[in-house]
Design a protein around this ligand. Structure first.
Ligand SMILES: Nc1ncnc2c1ncn2[C@@H]1O[C@H](COP(=O)(O)OP(=O)(O)OP(=O)(O)O)[C@@H](O)[C@H]1O
Length: 269
């Protein structure tokens, strides 16, 4: 479904990514891992056709450099981290924007009954239908992220590209979003390709993992085979598994200690 062959991309003529090759089949999910600045977002932008790239990127056998913007958008939706909202639309209007493609690209046109119906379905799917008339500026970060998920679904893509979508979300909402997308990917050969900093969430979502190191492929393969302590320690330049194990031990000991012992505050000198 999605194939990258020797893809290099970057900014101002300088490559950030070098010779990335991979393929993602329908119904499979891929997580992209790697330290800050290694090129994860750049890869997402290249796949979405938002920046030029060398090599070939094909969706369903078609080269994206030969596809029109709206044709790419009918296949791929990008869901990124939420940023501040400066323009106020209602929840319903925001999700309706995801139907833009299906409204023959004319957002000024009165949406059809079917577009409105599909928008409502997407809002129901993410549990935001009741808040459909609220201005999005009045929503919490978690609610806003749900609205953006609904807008992504309204686009009816076959591939969702995630770029760190879980900031602003508490633990429960992070897990729910990832589980929802995992479920979505198992319907009708959908695919999720996601940049996630949290390795636990990545393992929850991914069938396959690409680990980038300085713009190059450090590892690519099945999640349980690729996510090894040696590789993570090398790429992130820290004892990742040791850190996670230590956190778990602290949590366990915190649980077993009497309340009085763990709440002692250090005196400020
Ligand atoms: N628009 C841009 N113009 C020039 N350089 C850029 C641009 N966007 C990103 N870069 C550079 O490209 C490199 C890779 O950035 P990218 O955002 O892809 O990394 P990342 O792995 O997603 O990082 P992070 O985990 O911090 O989000 C960085 O050195 C960054 O400074």
């Amino acid at each position: 479904m999605l194939t990258l062959n020797n893809v290099s991309a970057g900014y101002g003529g300088v490559d950030v990514l070098t010779n990335i090759s991979l393929s993602v089949k329908e119904g499979e999910n891929l997580c992209i891992l790697g330290p800050n600045g290694c090129g994860k977002t750049t890869l997402v932008k290249a796949i979405a056709g938002l920046i030029p790239s060398k090599g070939t990127i094909q969706i369903d056998g078609k080269n994206i450099s030969k596809m029109k913007r709206h044709e790419i958008a009918s296949k791929i939706a990008v869901m990124s981290q939420i940023s501040s909202v400066y323009f106020s639309y209602t929840v319903f209007e925001t999700v309706l924007l995801g139907r833009y493609l299906h409204m023959k690209g004319n957002a000024l046109k009165e949406p059809s009954f079917n577009d409105k119906l599909y928008t409502a379905e997407c809002l129901k799917a993410v549990g935001m239908y009741e808040l459909r008339d609220r201005q999005i500026t009045t929503l919490s970060g978690g609610q806003l992220q749900r609205v953006y998920l609904a807008r992504t679904l309204a686009q009816e893509p076959s591939i969702i590209l995630l770029d760190e979508p879980t900031n602003h979300l508490d633990l429960k909402n992070q897990a729910e979003l990832i589980d929802y997308l995992k479920e979505w990917s198992k319907i009708d050969g959908h695919t999720v390709i996601g940049v996630l900093h949290d390795i636990n969430l990545a393992m929850r979502l991914a069938d396959n993992v690409l680990v980038l190191d300085n713009g190059r492929t450090a590892a690519l393969g099945k999640a349980d085979e690729v996510i090894t302590s040696n590789l993570l320690n090398k790429v992130y330049d820290m004892d990742v598994v040791g850190f996670m194990t230590d956190s778990l031990k602290r949590w366990e000991s915190f649980q077993s200690q009497p309340y009085s012992q763990v709440t002692k505050l250090r005196k400020i000198k």
